[in-house]
Design a protein around this ligand. Structure first.
Ligand code: ADP
Ligand code: MG
Length: 450
């Protein structure tokens, strides 16, 4: 890995000399190198799908040429967005046991603090509970269970608790993991040769702490042994007055395939949900972000962005940095409404590129099932409507990759958990059931045919 990083530094130095300062800062600096497969293919990671697409669209050839000059040979380049990176890393971990996710370095993002967290109606209770837990871990609100849709700030608030405790109670031992980390870590220790020792070491890592945080618990493995291990970890910590903090994209009752006793445990403390932020909170979040990142963007533009994006904070932030980037490309000192309009135009184009919009997908589903759009987005619950509705939700999610909250809005203001349920259900059927596969294929044909 050391060598690989050095190699990457050489490449980066050369890139820095060949592209503008702004594009270097914006697109190249955030790239990370993950692997150099068989000395033939470089695997790079980006911060977002948007960043990936931008690099592919605008800089791929340049990158390739620079690397070719260094190696005097063609090198393939694969760029991964965060989701692809995750898959890549988990596949690679299986091969490479030396990767140690349990290093002691600070797992918390220094930007994810309480100070940087904007409090509004949507998250005031989560904020208050998190502060109380950070100030007095293990005392009252235990476990603290936080849930809400993607991009609403769950990971941020967990890190804020972590950063706070590290600063004000440095003697406390904190362990923060995603649910996937926990599962992989456990499975690995089961598979290791000195099994008993490995499991012992695993238990020490998770039970010998004052605060345990598990992010995205909804991914808890269906494997009974992992759930059992988590259940026992939880009990031991809880019994000893240690704090447990959990986040999830849905409430405990909606997490599928959870054993009853684990569900009961998860519900035994304080459960708080995060809602999507209202307009004022969105504006405040954008202002805060400008202050942190030193963007200069006028009020009209901030309001414009806050009006247009009302789903997740992650989307909101993505759009803000895009607007800022477009302004800097033009050499402006501050961004104004024209940059925002440009950014939104881009976004609309991106969505439709070679593809269809939600309206067209829903219409195709209606055509296939011979029902109306009102049936689909309405409230009817008979089987003839419910199935097509779920198929439409699945297809919109799969083809457009919109946030669940936005899809919920497209489908008559449904809750994001309903959307998730439909997506998961049809997603599963598509893999196992020929009939469902055929339905989806037929609808895709209708879409293609116009
Ligand atoms: P989740 O874990 O719920 O998917 P994250 O915690 O990753 O969401 O939040 C997505 C982004 O939005 C992060 O950059 C985070 O800092 C930001 N964010 C979310 N909520 C707030 C808030 N209330 N104030 C400031 N930033 C926020
Ligand atoms: Mg998260």
């Amino acid at each position: 890995m050391q060598e690989l990083n050095e190699l990457w530094n050489v490449i980066m130095e050369k890139i820095e000399l060949s592209v503008s300062h702004v594009s270097y800062e914006m697109w190249f600096k955030p790239l990370r190198v993950l692997d150099f497969v068989d000395n033939k293919k470089l695997i790079l990671a980006t911060k977002s799908t948007f960043a990936k697409n931008q690099v592919l669209k605008n800089y791929y050839d340049k990158l390739k040429n620079i690397i070719k000059e260094i190696f005097e040979d063609d090198v393939d380049i694969e760029i991964l967005d965060p989701a692809e990176e995750k898959t890549f890393l988990s596949e690679n971990k299986k091969k490479d046991k030396t990767v140690d996710i349990q290093s002691d370095k600070n797992p918390f993002n220094p930007k994810y603090t309480f100070d940087n967290f904007v409090v509004g109606k949507c998250n005031q209770y989560v904020y208050a509970a998190s502060r109380a837990v950070a100030e007095n871990p293990g005392k009252k609100l235990n476990p603290l269970f936080i849930y809400g849709g993607s991009g609403l700030g769950k990971t941020h608030i967990l890190h804020a608790i972590g950063n706070y405790i590290r600063e004000y109670k440095p003697n406390l031992k904190i362990k923060y993991v995603t649910c996937d980390d926990f599962t992989n870590d456990y499975i690995e220790s089961l598979n290791q040769a000195g099994k008993i020792n490995a499991i012992g070491a695993f238990r020490t890592r998770y039970r010998n702490v004052d605060v345990l945080m598990i992010d995205d618990i909804q991914f808890i493995s269906k494997r009974m042994s992992t759930q059992e291990e988590f259940f026992n970890t939880f009990n031991e910590l809880h019994l000893n007055g240690k704090q447990v903090i959990i986040s999830s994209d849905r409430n405990p009752d909606e997490i599928p395939e959870l054993t009853d006793r684990l569900r009961t445990r998860l519900k035994s403390g304080l459960i708080q949900d995060m809602q999507t932020p209202d307009f004022e909170t969105r504006v405040a979040i954008l202002r805060k972000k400008c202050q942190i990142e030193k963007y200069s963007i006028d009020d009209e533009t901030i309001n414009y962005i806050a009006e247009k994006i009302d789903t997740s904070v992650r989307e909101l932030e993505g759009m803000l940095s895009k607007v800022w980037f477009l302004a800097t490309l033009l050499g402006k000192q501050s961004a104004d409404i024209s940059d925002a309009k440009e950014a939104f135009d881009d976004k609309n184009e991106e969505k439709n590129e070679g593809g269809k919009n939600a309206e067209q997908i829903i219409n195709a589903v209606c055509d296939y099932f011979n029902i109306t759009k009102n049936d689909i987005i309405g409230k009817k619950r008979n089987k003839e409507i419910v199935e097509p509705r779920m198929v439409a939700i699945y297809m919109v999610e799969e083809m457009l990759e919109l946030p669940l909250v936005s899809i919920g809005q497209l489908f008559g203001g449904r809750d994001h958990t309903t959307i998730m349920h439909a997506r998961d259900k049809i997603g599963k059927e598509v893999k196992t059931n020929k009939k469902t596969q055929n339905i989806i294929n037929e609808i895709k044909k209708i879409l293609q045919g116009g």
